[in-house]
Write a protein that binds this ligand. Structure first.
Ligand SMILES: C[S@@+](CC[C@H](N)C(=O)[O-])C[C@H]1O[C@@H](n2cnc3c(N)ncnc32)[C@H](O)[C@@H]1O
Length: 244
């Protein structure tokens, strides 16, 4: 069942009702605040709370502070991503099938590419839209189209993209579970929405699309999804498997 959306004041009531209707839940005012799982809309934006999350803070995406870390991760990651995308004369049209926190999409955008990013979770999609609206840098998002859907539904449109990017959830290991409170929250959001992916099956559908190039982000030691891999770009903990 979807968690309720609680709004902080009457000023947020109308927007809270709109969001709640999109997500498929109910909205209520702050007098009905609960310690159970909920979404919270206040003047400072939209957040998600889960009582069993490792972090006691509500989860909110913020592109203005360091919390999304994309700028910090940028230098190392940028080299690898550039290599994985390969040589190209004009900016690329990229389909990011796994928007998540938009960290990789932001790298693509900062390299001058055009991105359609697809996120299946309605809650995460609303948190992302809220963070984009609050971002001090609106310029970077001009080349982004953010969509709430399962990326597999893009089968018919795959041909118009130069690159398809796929970064499925890593299998939960003790190490990565402890490292990232954000990943923990994404896992909680997907469980709340009863979304359960099978990355291998998703890969099979995506690779059957009429694609020019597919880049898959994997943990460094994970098995590739297919032996038909063309090349790999290796980082310290992550690698990119490239299929052409
Ligand atoms: C590991 S996270 C991606 C992180 C992202 N690359 C980033 O840089 O922030 C995986 C995300 O992809 C989404 N996802 C997984 N499979 C999907 C699919 N088939 N269609 C749409 N979204 C999907 C999940 O809901 C989750 O938010």
């Amino acid at each position: 069942m979807m968690p309720p959306l609680i709004y902080s004041s009457d000023q947020n009531k109308y927007f809270a009702e709109e969001l709640a209707s999109f997500i498929g839940t109910t909205s209520c005012d702050v007098r009905q605040m609960t310690q159970h799982c909920h979404l919270y809309l206040s003047d400072s934006g939209l957040s998600f709370f889960h009582p069993e999350a490792r972090s006691t803070k509500k989860f909110k995406i913020d592109f203005n502070s360091g919390t999304t870390r994309w700028r910090i991760n940028r230098a190392d990651h940028e080299k690898l991503i550039k290599k994985a995308l390969g040589k190209h004369e004009a900016p690329l049209n990229i389909l990011d099938c796994t928007a998540g926190m938009l960290q990789d999409t932001l790298l693509f955008l900062s390299l001058g590419h055009k991105v359609t990013a697809v996120e299946q979770s309605k809650i995460l999609f609303c948190l992302l839209n809220d963070a984009i609206n609050r971002s001090n840098d609106q310029e970077i998002f001009k080349a982004l189209t953010l969509i709430n859907a399962n990326a597999l539904s893009y089968k018919a449109k795959a041909e118009k993209f130069d690159v398809i990017y796929f970064d499925p959830m890593y299998p939960v290991s003790k190490k990565n579970a402890l490292n990232s409170g954000q990943l923990d929250y994404i896992t909680k959001i997907l469980a709340t929405e009863s979304i359960d992916n099978d990355p291998i099956k998703d890969f099979e559908v995506l690779s059957s699309m009429p694609i020019k190039k597919m880049v898959i982000k994997r943990p460094i030691k994970a098995e590739p999804f297919s032996k038909k891999i063309n090349y790999q770009v290796l980082g310290k903990t992550t690698r990119f498997d490239v299929y052409i």
